[in-house]
Design a protein around this ligand. Structure first.
Ligand SMILES: Cc1cc2nc3c(=O)[nH]c(=O)nc-3n(C[C@H](O)[C@H](O)[C@H](O)COP(=O)(O)OP(=O)(O)OC[C@H]3O[C@@H](n4cnc5c(N)ncnc54)[C@H](O)[C@@H]3O)c2cc1C
Ligand SMILES: *[C@@H]1O[C@H](CO)[C@@H](O)[C@H](O)[C@H]1NC(C)=O
Ligand SMILES: *[C@@H]1O[C@H](CO)[C@@H](O)[C@H](O)[C@H]1NC(C)=O
Ligand SMILES: *[C@@H]1O[C@H](CO)[C@@H](O)[C@H](O)[C@H]1NC(C)=O
Ligand SMILES: *[C@@H]1O[C@H](CO)[C@@H](O)[C@H](O)[C@H]1NC(C)=O
Ligand SMILES: *[C@@H]1O[C@H](CO)[C@@H](O)[C@H](O)[C@H]1NC(C)=O
Ligand SMILES: *[C@@H]1O[C@H](CO)[C@@H](O)[C@H](O)[C@H]1NC(C)=O
Ligand SMILES: *[C@@H]1O[C@H](CO)[C@@H](O)[C@H](O)[C@H]1NC(C)=O
Ligand SMILES: *[C@@H]1O[C@H](CO)[C@@H](O)[C@H](O)[C@H]1NC(C)=O
Ligand SMILES: *[C@@H]1O[C@H](CO)[C@@H](O)[C@H](O)[C@H]1NC(C)=O
Ligand SMILES: *[C@@H]1O[C@H](CO)[C@@H](O)[C@H](O)[C@H]1NC(C)=O
Ligand SMILES: *[C@@H]1O[C@H](CO)[C@@H](O)[C@H](O)[C@H]1NC(C)=O
Ligand SMILES: *[C@@H]1O[C@H](CO)[C@@H](O)[C@H](O)[C@H]1NC(C)=O
Length: 589
């Protein structure tokens, strides 16, 4: 049976399908708990249970029981605001992961600005929502979901790019309100040998976001390795660290997972456990790159912190007046790429419509790497000599701290330089993404023309320089991330947007577009040489196990089967999801 029709059947004929025990219990199924059972469960929670949760825009439909014109106006005005979408609980950052449910070729959605007669469909918006504020809330929810075989989803900020924070007929465990942070100058993992020296670290609950922890770390005069997003909205304590976590600081300090000292998690059997190098080391290994929430619901994670050094940032902007000039610019850039990485630069370099922008950082002011300024000036000079290329910005600026760099370029962007990233944020829109790791020999100067041709074959892309340096010094099997990451310099990302008038064909085409646009990179660096960041996964990636984990997959699968024998925390293209349909509602084998 086709996967999608399996899901549809489970929705339409749920009672008969669940009789086989191959499906999760969805609302309407006879096995689904009654409202009075839910009410009993809710008495043990710290916050009110949300039953019958409706999509964010449902208030705009006069056919909807919660129709409210004022609330519709308020929500319409904030529908593209990242923080408002995070706080709401019934919406995610990329709206297509609410809609990504098709019935008879129609998209099951609930858009703003409904056409006359339009119906607000539930899509993949969870029907019940538990707003966890304590570890006990999480344990009770996990136990309840396991007992009743519910479709449990875990949602933090909802930045997920494969839609795993939502689900058909699901029960949502919301962790975003859990925001404690504890800084320590002498953190020792639990059960470490007595002589183990303490380290600078911060322990955070899952809901803490990068913008918040960058500020707090700076106030403690420390530096933390984290992600790059407008407003710092991505979570620092759940999907990012468990998925691997890349940072423009990774060349100097390693990946997110290379900076983690300890987790506390609620396992699928509701036990609350510690995982570190000394306690539950297999679980600790799996939690460093195995993907969330496959190995448990994170209740805290301890990140190392580093000395709060100053930074130098380099900004560049240029446009080419023809595709030939642009190819020459990109070729020249690739010729300098590895040298810049070796000279101590990390960063990102979006390009579109024959425009190239660089936003790079290097520790120190001036950079501690003695080759850093020569290397960047060498590219600036070389590019300015290309006929038809107009360089509008090529400069370096000092920053007191990484936090100051982040604040001025992603927070209050009126203070920033180069590309204004806030104009390109995707919150509240429909988009699919794909990505591919580029190993150091593929990005090497001798390969520059072939790689530049791959870049210009795509109208727009954002490659990140997040590898080399410390990333390449960690053993391939030290953490669960794909070994490809250890010899990659760059991560190429592509995003393709569409809109709320799109039909099922448009959705399918959008998926196909990003998948085919990344294909030239996959060809240049096939698995196991290359790979794909699971937090920037392609929904159509066929060989996702190898692309996301490579040779580490077998060990992950073994650990997953041990700790989640009832398949409670299975997600799309997550570890051990092979036997499930795309919506993780029914087993297909
Ligand atoms: C605008 C934008 C910028 C980004 N920038 C970067 C970047 O610079 N570097 C980078 O590495 N990645 C980046 N990402 C990808 C990002 O790391 C992932 O989207 C990540 O999964 C987000 O995690 P979250 O916890 O914030 O969000 P969510 O979508 O809420 O959760 C992500 C996943 O974790 C699960 N989960 C949530 N809470 C828990 C928990 N407590 N325990 C276990 N599982 C849980 C969810 O079920 C989901 O599968 C970016 C994404 C976006 C949209
Ligand atoms: C969850 O509970 C916290 C604490 O009461 C509250 O601040 C927050 O708004 C709640 N979130 C949702 C989505 O209801
Ligand atoms: C889907 O289409 C089939 C055949 O046209 C029809 O029998 C069925 O009722 C439709 N289902 C829905 C949910 O519209
Ligand atoms: C409901 O809204 C539609 C437009 O979306 C409008 O045409 C219709 O008259 C409204 N019905 C009522 C009862 O207000
Ligand atoms: C932070 O420290 C306090 C006091 O020791 C403790 O009660 C709390 O659980 C800690 N929180 C985290 C997330 O570690
Ligand atoms: C780049 O050009 C500038 C000005 O022409 C010059 O001062 C500088 O030395 C050059 N740098 C390199 C690395 O060639
Ligand atoms: C691009 O600029 C170059 C150099 O100024 C010029 O010779 C060329 O004619 C221009 N090409 C186009 C297509 O404008
Ligand atoms: C070069 O770019 C700048 C800034 O975008 C613009 O003002 C200028 O007119 C451009 N020059 C040419 C020759 O295109
Ligand atoms: C890069 O290195 C890999 C593995 O060492 C090799 O298989 C591949 O052919 C190399 N590619 C290029 C373009 O040098
Ligand atoms: C990791 O790799 C090293 C070196 O190849 C090997 O000795 C070790 O056994 C591996 N560890 C695991 C757990 O696979
Ligand atoms: C939505 O996308 C379609 C197809 O690409 C396009 O024709 C239409 O103009 C877009 N609508 C809006 C409101 O952007
Ligand atoms: C879907 O919409 C596109 C325009 O965006 C249109 O060309 C196509 O015919 C539509 N397909 C269906 C099945 O309605
Ligand atoms: C919960 O699962 C873990 C991992 O499989 C196991 O070690 C532990 O004994 C289990 N606890 C209970 C109470 O069953």
């Amino acid at each position: 049976m086709h996967l999608r029709s399996a899901v549809l059947l489970s929705v339409l004929f749920a009672a008969s399908a669940t009789a086989t025990k191959k499906c999760k219990c969805l609302p309407g199924d006879s096995c689904f708990p009654s409202q009075s059972d839910w009410n009993k469960f809710a008495k043990g929670l710290s916050q009110p249970l949300v039953s019958n949760q409706k999509p964010f825009a449902s208030v705009c439909y006069n056919t909807s029981s919660n129709f409210n014109a004022d609330e519709c106006a308020r929500r319409s005005a904030i529908q593209l605001d990242p923080e408002s979408l995070i706080d709401a609980g019934n919406t995610v950052q990329l709206i297509n992961f609410q809609d990504q449910l098709f019935s008879n070729g129609t998209v099951s959605q609930c858009p703003f600005d409904p056409l006359p007669g339009a119906v607000c469909n539930q899509g993949r918006v969870p029907v019940y929502s538990i707003n966890a504020t304590t570890v006990s809330d999480i344990q009770k929810t996990v136990a309840y979901a396991s007992k009743h075989n519910l479709h449990l989803v875990v949602r933090n900020t909802g930045h997920e790019l494969l839609g795993r924070a939502f689900g058909v007929g699901s029960v949502e465990l919301l962790v975003h309100s859990m925001k404690q942070t504890n800084f320590s100058d002498s953190f020792v993992p639990q059960n470490a040998p007595p002589s183990t020296p303490g380290q600078h670290a911060v322990t955070i609950q899952p809901g803490v976001q990068w913008g918040e922890i960058y500020d707090l770390a700076d106030q403690h005069d420390r530096l933390i390795v984290g992600g790059f997003s407008v407003g710092g909205t991505v979570g620092a304590g759940a999907g990012w660290p468990v998925g691997g976590g890349h940072s423009i600081l990774s060349p100097f300090y390693g990946l997110g997972v290379d900076n983690l000292l300890q987790f506390t998690v609620v396992l699928p059997n509701a036990s609350h456990v510690v995982a570190n190098e000394y306690t539950n080391p297999d679980l600790f290994w799996a939690l460093r790159g195995g993907g969330a929430p496959s190995f448990g619901v994170v209740t805290s994670v301890t990140h190392k912190t580093h000395d709060n050094v100053p930074f130098t940032a380099a900004f560049y902007g240029a446009s080419a007046n023809s595709s030939e000039s642009f190819l020459q610019l990109m070729t020249t850039w690739v010729q300098h790429h590895n040298n810049l990485n070796e000279a101590g630069w990390g960063g990102l370099w979006p390009y579109f419509n024959n425009n190239l922008f660089l936003t790079l950082v290097s520790p120190g002011n001036p950079p501690t790497n003695p080759n850093a300024l020569t290397a960047i000036n060498s590219f600036f000079n070389a590019s300015s000599q290309i006929p038809g290329v107009n360089v509008s910005l090529a400069a370096t600026f000092p920053y007191r701290s990484f936090q100051q760099f982040v604040f001025e370029n992603l927070g209050d962007t009126s203070l920033g330089h180069g590309l204004n990233f806030s104009e390109f944020h995707v919150s509240g829109s429909r988009a699919y993404l794909s990505s591919w790791f580029l190993p150091n020999n593929i990005t090497a100067p001798e390969n520059a023309e072939a790689l530049a041709k791959a870049y210009v074959s795509v109208p727009a892309g954002t490659p990140y320089i997040i590898g080399g340096g410390v990333v390449s010094q960690v053993a391939e099997n030290a953490t669960a991330v794909t070994p490809a990451w250890r010899h990659s310099i760059a991560d190429m990302t592509i995003i393709f947007s569409f809109n709320e008038t799109s039909n099922a064909t448009d959705y399918a085409n959008a998926k196909k577009t990003v998948h085919s646009q990344i294909e030239p990179f996959r060809q240049l660096a096939p698995v196991p040489l290359g790979g794909q960041y699971l937090n920037e996964g392609d929904v159509s990636e066929p060989d996702w196990q190898q692309a996301h984990w490579g040779s580490n997959y077998a060990r992950l699968l073994k650990i997953k089967k041990e700790i989640d024998p009832k398949d409670l925390l299975i997600v799309y293209h997550g570890v051990n999801s092979e036997a499930w349909d795309d919506e993780i509602v029914c087993k297909t084998v």
